[in-house]
Design a protein around this ligand. Structure first.
Ligand code: LMR
Length: 398
């Protein structure tokens, strides 16, 4: 039965971790997957997450099923975390929200719903997170790209972006990275977001925000949702997917939320019913533990403050590694400019290295990053930064 099955290629991001784990070179480095490491190179559990977890264990909770839409209190606080406490549609009960299997799960559910209700395409930035393309393709949508980044200048291609959004069919769904764009680390300014919002209005576009790095852009999780909040204030009925993998460090717990702003509470109820129709035959209902942790933290003002502080700590460590990486490359006498490494924000440095250089980095120096030259700065530490800089220098100048 399986003899005709061809071998599938490894995943472009997770496949790197698989290859890295098999590598027995002592100084190997994994800067492929966007997963935060402390300066000792170890996975990091936020102290406030540990504290919430200990409290949960002491509460001796049961392990009954969640509802299809997940834990209501989690959804409540997750939405407030993104939209803000003063969000009018939230206050008017016209936002449909469900717990999802992190960002990926929410993207897939909404992709399926879009497809079911007549959308044939979805527009994503070029470049975008690699997994966006198979997620939406598998949901039945044709993925089309709008211009986003100019490789030649290592800058946002804002004119290209606006031109492309102006030209796409009215009513289309446009995926926007809420903050800390993955992979480029370049976000529009608030003035530019305003222009995007205006074009979206004129063209009756459906803005769909992917918010996976709230806390990693400005360093203040409360500020990083400014763009999507502005869209809501401008009257857009946005859809939003949130991941709690990076900011809360809950990667393997798969904690996320999907929400859709509607015109009326009744409309929101109908949207919610459709989201549930897609979730039930897919995975029935989401897991509880990680959602309980986030819910406990975001329900307490004190714990939320601690979370914001600890998340900022991660963002700051990443920033210091950006500076160190750039400085070391400059000290080595690189003929290229590495200014963009410190200009970019979030977890990634979009290095500008070519595919051949990335392959050489892997084969010669056992450093694993994605073929588009994206380096997960979250995996760069005081101990390996010099090694990485020297290796990059070697493959780019050699
Ligand atoms: C990444 O882009 O590395 C992360 O979002 C992890 C993943 O699942 O790809």
């Amino acid at each position: 039965h399986w003899s005709q099955f061809p071998m599938a290629p490894p995943d472009p991001i997770i496949g790197l971790t698989e290859a890295y784990l098999k590598d027995d070179f002592p100084d190997k480095v994994n800067v492929g997957v966007g997963a935060y490491r402390c300066d000792q190179g170890m996975p990091f559990v936020l102290p406030v997450v540990r504290e919430a977890e200990n409290e949960l264990v002491a509460e001796e909770l049961d392990h009954e099923y969640s509802g299809i839409a997940g834990c209501p209190n989690f959804v409540d606080v997750a939405l407030k975390f993104a939209y803000g406490d003063d969000c009018v549609p939230l206050k008017e009960n016209r936002v449909a929200g469900v717990q999802t299997l992190s960002g990926t799960g929410g993207l897939r559910v909404f992709g399926e719903v879009l497809h079911q209700f007549g959308h044939k395409h979805i527009y994503v930035p070029n470049p975008t997170w690699g997994n966006h393309i198979p997620i939406f393709t598998n949901a039945g949508l044709e993925v089309r790209k709008y211009r986003y980044y100019d490789n030649a200048t290592s800058n946002l291609d804002f004119n290209g972006l606006l031109d492309d959004l102006q030209a796409i069919p009215e009513g289309s769904c446009v995926l926007l990275h809420a903050c800390a764009h993955n992979p480029t680390g370049m976000d529009p300014t608030m003035e530019q977001w305003k222009q995007i919002s205006n074009v979206a209005k004129e063209r009756n576009l459906l803005p769909f925000f992917d918010c996976a790095y709230q806390g990693f852009a400005s360093g203040d999780a409360r500020k990083d949702a400014a763009a999507l909040r502005m869209f809501v204030e401008d009257g857009h009925n946005i859809a939003l997917v949130q991941s709690f993998s990076k900011n809360f460090g809950l990667y393997g717990q798969r904690v996320g939320a999907l929400s859709v702003v509607a015109d009326t509470p009744d409309e929101a109820k109908r949207v919610l019913s459709q989201l549930k129709v897609h979730i039930r035959p897919s995975y029935s209902n989401p897991p509880r533990h990680g959602a309980r942790i986030v819910s406990k933290i975001l329900s307490s003002e004190k714990k939320t403050d601690e979370f914001v502080e600890q998340c900022m700590g991660m963002a700051k460590r990443i920033d210091s590694m950006r500076i160190k990486l750039r400085n070391t490359l400059e000290e080595l006498g690189s003929s290229r400019s590495w200014e963009h490494v410190t200009k970019q924000i979030g977890m990634f440095a979009y290095s500008g290295m070519s595919k051949d250089e990335v392959v050489a980095l892997r084969e010669k120096h056992h450093i694993y990053c994605t073929l588009d030259g994206r380096i997960s700065m979250a995996g760069v530490t005081s101990k390996n930064v010099e090694y990485i800089a020297k290796a990059i220098h070697d493959v780019t100048e050699g």
